[in-house]
Write a protein that binds this ligand. Sequence first.
Ligand code: AMP
Ligand code: GLY
Length: 427
Amino acid sequence: MKVLVIGGGGREHAICWKLSQSRSVDKIYCCPGNAGIAQIAECINVNQNDFKALLDFVKYEWIDLTIVGPEDPLSRGIVDLFEREGRKILGPTKAAARLESSKVFCKDLLRSHGIPSAEYKVFTSYLHAEEHVRLKGTPIVIKADGLAAGKGVFVASTVEEAYDALRIIMKEKAFGAAGERVIVEECLQGEEASYMAFTDGRTIVPMVSSQDHKRIFDGDKGLNTGGMGAYSPAPVITPEIEKIVMEKILEPTLKALRSEGIVYKGILYAGLMIHEGRPSVLEYNCRLGDPETQPVLSRLKTDFMEIAMAIAEERLSDIRIEWKPDPAVCVVVSSEGYPGKYRKGDVITGIEEADKLDSVQVFHSGTAFSDNKIVTAGGRVLGVTATGPDIASARAGAYNAIQRIYFEGMHFRKDIADRALKSRVLS
Ligand code: AMP
Ligand code: GLY
């Protein structure tokens, strides 16, 4: 079979890598891909936002399945178009993707169906929002309603910080229409975890748990990023919590959507806050997480193509999904300056050497070819991923592999998975 993957980050490299191990996949195309993906797939030069051109390509090449990595094409209806044209595609429709593309839609749905999440209020007027912040005090969370590439959430510890966030979103309109409505939300305490599941709208099958590291510096300091590293499993998600998440959060969410006439197919990703054994939803994403996918798919035993086809054909209950017990750790290496303005075009050395190490996989994010050399081309550059018999050895494997890699200005956190090690010692 032939498959097209949309996207060009570490998540998409992990997807292509997993597909390349499938017995039923003969050819992988990726749009736009990156220098790592180019070694296992044919990268195509079609505008990722031109759905009509992608559809023409799929028809011309007789592609059996399209897998969508990022949220943007999903929120703009790529699945609706492909399904109308009778093409198989993995991902939710535009209406279902609103779970991620409108935080107001998501919060209203959760509240009206009694699914645990933080208290909140929605505002379109700056003055009313400011007054509410004054009333509630801090800490408090301010969120732009729409997609803002992970930058539209502000956790404010002072009233001034909260006013600043409101000003940036509502007055300066930093996120354009995505900031027309603002959520002012209770700040939850606890430990965060990512919980992703496969669903065909009827059956829902959880993946192994994971935890992201959102801030740029060690000790969760500095600005928020797309994610600086992840590991799986996340010890905070105990079997008891997993049961609560499935029964009180994921299944009721699918049911709530169905009651509004929306069938959700694809990947459902819950960003959770766990406090004293109780999970609450921080947000939903309508796709695989990046970098969580790198460690999570590293642990997948079942053929990914088989799962993707079963979702697209709505027969997920027919297959058994198995995972490897070994934990996995992914450490992201980023360019100097990221998440602000960052360097580009630096030659990267040592990737092959790192990749050759046992149980190590180097996933590319922002990389490109220049004069036959691999160079940096994005903020997040590589996701160095290792598996091992326990978290400590997986972590050691990833950091050992990073030692072989070099590019000017490279940055990575030194404390990825430390929390998992600590909670293991405590338990
Ligand atoms: P989101 O994009 O909604 O996941 O928000 C990004 C990050 O902001 C989350 O990963 C949390 O670290 C933080 N966050 C969001 N909502 C809350 C909340 N209600 N309480 C505390 N932290 C939050
Ligand atoms: N790693 C967080 C996300 O993919 O949204």
